[in-house]
Design a protein around this ligand. Structure first.
Ligand code: ACO
Length: 332
């Protein structure tokens, strides 16, 4: 096992899901699908959709406030905000700036992280490095998404899979040896962006009547290809981080994988030879909330008493890009 003298620890977590619960049966009234198809192919039973006037930053702020309370800090101790999202309130300013303003925080470093569903795990790694630089003392890291805003409710192959929500964590530097974030990996293969993308609305295809009529502002996905890549990269990112830090899969107490598809998670469990009881999953209740999925599950696991001092926890995610990321945490 590699040894480290300081790292970032998670002082507290929080999460939020919008009030409106949409069941598979509800969606079956809009598109040609069924509860049975969605459950057996993905493991999803329901998801939360944000209200029309509820933006990503609104959900992010509620999750953040809950994390601040759980961490027991004053909000003005925060000097770094990173929001991982692929559904920002608007292209600019960043959602992190909007969160800063809504939380009434003074001058702090704020920026968004765009690594799709891997965003929160990427952001943890960046926050860890920035805290270790000595220039920051407390980081607020958020994963928040309003996926319902980019879903095409005429495309049954994608609109049944995603949900809205936010999760947050407060990180601080700690000098206790071998606790906190022990290591992190982030990877990407940008060679096939069309496997999962929102083609319209950026500089390549600015919004026009034609782009809107062609439904180019909605999420498009080749589910089968993404599925195959996901199984491979989630497995690799998990074994690589364990090897890098000097642990084996048997040492893990808890795995929090990105909640995209139960069959992907089961394949990961099989590949790592870890029993499913060691995974914390909530896909059945939330669907795929993209960058919010890992922090929502982390918060749930913590509040359910599934995380205790000394536990070794693996966070692992993949997403559009293709991107992937893993983090190994020894809970303080
Ligand atoms: N209801 C009913 N039937 C459907 C639906 C639906 N909602 N969607 C597709 N079908 C049909 C298809 O049309 C197809 O019919 P056909 O055989 O007559 O052509 C049939 O069901 C089988 O479709 P497949 O695409 O083969 O289904 P598959 O078993 O591959 O499951 C799924 C599809 C769930 C999308 C799966 O491929 C998957 O989960 N892929 C990974 C997606 C993912 O993880 N995305 C998140 C990435 S993270 C991020 O960054 C956002």
């Amino acid at each position: 096992m590699s040894s480290q003298s300081q790292s970032a620890i998670i002082l507290g977590t929080g999460s939020y899901a919008p009030e409106n619960v949409v069941t598979n049966d509800d969606l079956a009234k809009i598109v040609d699908t069924s509860d049975e198809w969605i459950r057996t192919r993905s493991g999803i039973g329901q998801r939360h959709f944000a209200a029309k006037d509820e933006a990503t930053s609104d959900m992010a702020c509620i999750a953040a406030q809950r994390a601040i309370e759980a961490a027991g800090i004053e909000r003005n101790e925060i000097d770094l905000i990173i929001v991982a999202t692929m559904t920002p309130d608007m292209p600019f300013p960043s959602t992190a700036c909007l969160v800063q303003s809504k939380l009434e925080l003074p001058n702090v470093t704020t920026f968004d992280m765009q690594a799709a569903c891997s965003g929160f795990v990427y952001a943890l790694s960046v926050a860890n490095s920035m805290l270790l630089s000595g220039n920051f003392s407390k980081a607020l890291v958020i994963g928040a998404e309003k996926m319902s805003g980019i879903l095409d409710f005429e495309d049954r192959t994608t609109c049944v899979l995603f949900g809205d929500g936010a999760g947050a964590a407060i990180l601080a530097r700690d000098t206790t040896a071998n606790v906190g974030i022990l290591g992190a990996i982030g990877g990407a293969d940008g060679s096939s962006p069309s496997l999962l993308q929102q083609p319209g609305g950026g500089s390549a295809m600015p919004a026009s009547e034609a782009s809107i009529a062609a439904r180019q502002h909605f999420l498009k996905m080749n589910g089968k290809e993404i599925f195959k890549s996901a199984v491979r990269v989630m497995g690799q990112a998990s074994s690589d981080i364990l090897e890098q830090v000097g642990y084996t899969a048997e040492d893990l107490d808890l795995v929090i994988p990105h909640q995209a598809n139960m069959r992907i998670i089961e394949s990961l469990a099989k590949r790592l030879k870890i029993p499913m009881e060691k995974f914390h999953n909530n896909l059945d209740r939330f669907g795929n909330t993209s960058a919010a999925s890992v922090p929502i599950a982390l918060d749930e696991a913590f509040r359910a008493g599934r995380i205790k001092s000394g536990d070794l926890i693996l966070l692992v995610a993949f997403g559009a890009g293709l991107t992937w990321a893993s983090t190994l945490i020894k809970w303080q």
